[in-house]
Design a protein around this ligand. Sequence first.
Ligand SMILES: *Cc1c(COP(=O)(O)O)cnc(C)c1O
Length: 408
Amino acid sequence: MVESRYYGQYGGSYLPEILVSTFDQLVTAFKEAKNDPAFWEEYEQIMSSYSCRPTPLTFAGNLTEYFGGARIYIKREDLNHTGAHKANNVMGQGLLVKRMGKKRVIAETGAGQHGVATATMAAKFGFKCTIYMGEVDIARQRPNVFWMERLGAEVVPVTDGTRILKDAINEAFRDWVTNMDDTHYVLGTACGPHPYPEMVSYFQSIIGREAKKQIIKSEGKLPERIYACVGGGSNALGIFSSFLDDSVELVGVEAGGDGLNTGRHAARLASKDGTVGIAQGFKTYFLQNSDGQMQETHSVAAGLDYVGVSPILSLLKEEGRVRFESATDREVLDALSLTLKKEGLVPALESAHAFAQAFKEVPNLSRDDIILINQSGRGDKDIFTIADAFKDPDWQKFIQQKAEEYRA
Ligand SMILES: *Cc1c(COP(=O)(O)O)cnc(C)c1O
């Protein structure tokens, strides 16, 4: 019997019989590592020497002045190696793989960010690495595919279903079933069967632990509100985790796409369109139609369009502990422009959702209040999408010229 864990009615571990012993092994290894103080020390050590931790907390003085409301602080997960909080999770799981004595890692990836992070970790630790990626995503995310391959990973195109992230997850599980002995599956967010939601948020909790110390050091008190974007939920849980027992309002921001009333969005918890179901080994809110068919999601931010969400966040919503909002593509691009011009910071399109929601609320807060925004990643990776969205004519000319060079 595999050990399971529920968060209220959400979570669990709905697995094919053949994977039960592998999950048992993982649950045990994770438990032992968590109870071993030397493990977290080793984790912090590698994160500081390899991934710039602790990441700074930046006071956004110009944005604060511009809005005239609460004082705005930004937690800089964009400064991690590979450009996002994903490094926290993959490096943690990498150390666990070493402890388990396995030699190969596999992962799913949608936008490619988790794939690049996993391929990077595999190169550093000397593991063989296979990344499953939907054919549609491979076509959309060529720069990330390029880097995964240069890093030594094999990128396997997934041709099943709608050929996107959820199909890549299914394919990764299929691989695992046939290669359990030497292979670990590095899941990218706080979703999936137990122990992934707990394990991924454990590694991401480094964000909140640092942020809490940092804000107390600079302001002598806790923030009124914390904003984080929500894809699968790992960066949000990472920063929220240290503040759950404090009187700090926690705000999760989902992808509003074209707007909640258009059906073209990825808001599982902030809209009325999400329903509870069981898929991909766990129970949570999914965007699905009445037959339980998964719906297509839409967002300008590729990293936010997953059909499910962390079971831990589903419970925190039910308990009213986290408030869920959404920001539309348009609001996100405006927030991104403003942050670039006022602070010289380039949030990822995913992170810009948290900024957009914070900007809607910050003018109504008092000047004595403090808010904290999690900048989960950097936006340089989004240059193709952002340049298209801003219809930059010189950029279009550059791309056309490149295309002509290749044709010649
Ligand atoms: C992947 C990604 C996300 C979404 O994942 P979570 O698990 O919800 O954190 C958010 N921001 C960035 C920069 C990402 O790369």
